[in-house]
Ligand binder design. Sequence first.
Ligand code: NAD
Length: 493
Amino acid sequence: MLTQMWINGEFVNSSSQQRFDVINPATEEVIATVPRGNAADAEKAVAAANAAFKCWRKLGSLDVKDMLREVAHKLRAKSEDFATLMTMEGGKPLIENRDEVEWVASCFEYYSEIGRDQKGRVVAPVFEHQLSYISKEPYGTVAAIVPWNYPLLLLGWKVAPALAAGNTVVIKPSEYTPLSTLALAQIFDHLPKGVVSIVTGFGKECGEPLVTSKGTDLIAFTGSVDTGRHIAVLAAQQLKKTHLELGGNDPFIVCDDVDVDITVAAGAWAAFLNAGQVCTSAERFYVLEPIAKKFIEGMVETSKKLRLGNPMGPDVDMGPLVREVQRQKVEAKVARAKQQGAKILSGGKRPPQFSKGYFYEPTVITEVTPEMELMRSETFGPVAPIQVVKDINEAIELANNSEYGLGASIFTNDLEKALTAAENIKAGTFWINDPLTDNDAAPFGGMRASGHGRELGIEGLDEFREPKHVLIDYKIERKKYWFPYNWSGPRKT
Ligand code: NAD
């Protein structure tokens, strides 16, 4: 297990000599300690990235392609090790983490190819014997700051396009899940020194110095709305570009023409996957009245059948929440909803069979109203509140009644309903009959308070490049529109 930071190709401890504990959320045991990085450590990594940028940005596309493919290859070769680490530190079932590693590898492969395509474009020249081309240039040093719920995937979505675009990167993982990220040192060790560095520590002490450093050119952040807003304000003081992937409160609409069993299976997965700790979890269900009773019964039955347990074990559908503080937030929110009249049909408590671990039962709640905090803000726990609606128009209106705009889902066979909802619901991703499936080649990101910028696809590459217009006149001659003025204009040939 690698438990040192990785700066400029070297394993180092923090200059503070301090470390902090990494805890297994299923057992509450300390599984390792890692360096408690500070501003000096962050600055060291930034300096290495600045130095490495000078060569990396000029490297030939075939070399970059080979190196990114090598990342994918090495990740796959160590897939089980990574999945195990992620399960131990994050609490997601092993099977989900195996899947995550594969998606990261696939993301690096994708950008290894499109990174050398579409470098820019050529436009029609304004005058004779001229050429105008637009070259998309890297920003420089990117700070990639990520949360714990998909520690490698969210990192891969930033690091792969950032490197493919010619940037260098300093990574700051969540303080909850640093181990799988530190293990990436052995995956990136074929890259030139300093192209990628990894620092560990807390947000204020180690993340914020990356945001405010004069040496970082772009802050690519995934995390909560509050932290995102804070980072945006700090970066704005230096007019530094930010790319923010923030929280969500996704709606899930169920129409009355669907197969209830299949829709319940999809809804339960969308709400309880990773114990509801997914930015695009289904957090609000709007179900058309004729089908509501059957759908609610199905969700209750399914939630009771989910197998909770140590995520390392087989036959486990759901692990614990990441920390006690997260569990307490969920408990408090459910309690407030109950006080306001919501009805808990299943779950709503800690499972009695576990003496250790931050487990919380999958919870189905009805009799909710749009005013409740439960329906208005992100819960980030295994909670499925269901509101019955009279028709698709009401469902669309309620779906939009939110400050967020990350994702949204609908289940229906009715093309008119599906596409009306897709057109009118404000969300960066809209899923029809297959919630939460992303595509490396299609952009992912949020509208409104869910952030700005996009990951994945060509859009995700463009986040890490800025266009430069190069105008060439290949015949040097005195222009009539230069001084002294003796022409009548306008400037046309
Ligand atoms: P968080 O905002 O608390 O922390 C995210 C990262 O930011 C961590 O690495 C943390 O150390 C760092 N950080 C904290 N304060 C900082 C500061 N002042 N300066 C710089 N860095 C700082 O979020 P979290 O609890 O780790 O993650 C959960 C949140 O992430 C949820 O809101 C979830 O919806 C969101 N999320 C969004 C997406 C997306 O793609 N939109 C994906 C996953 C998670």
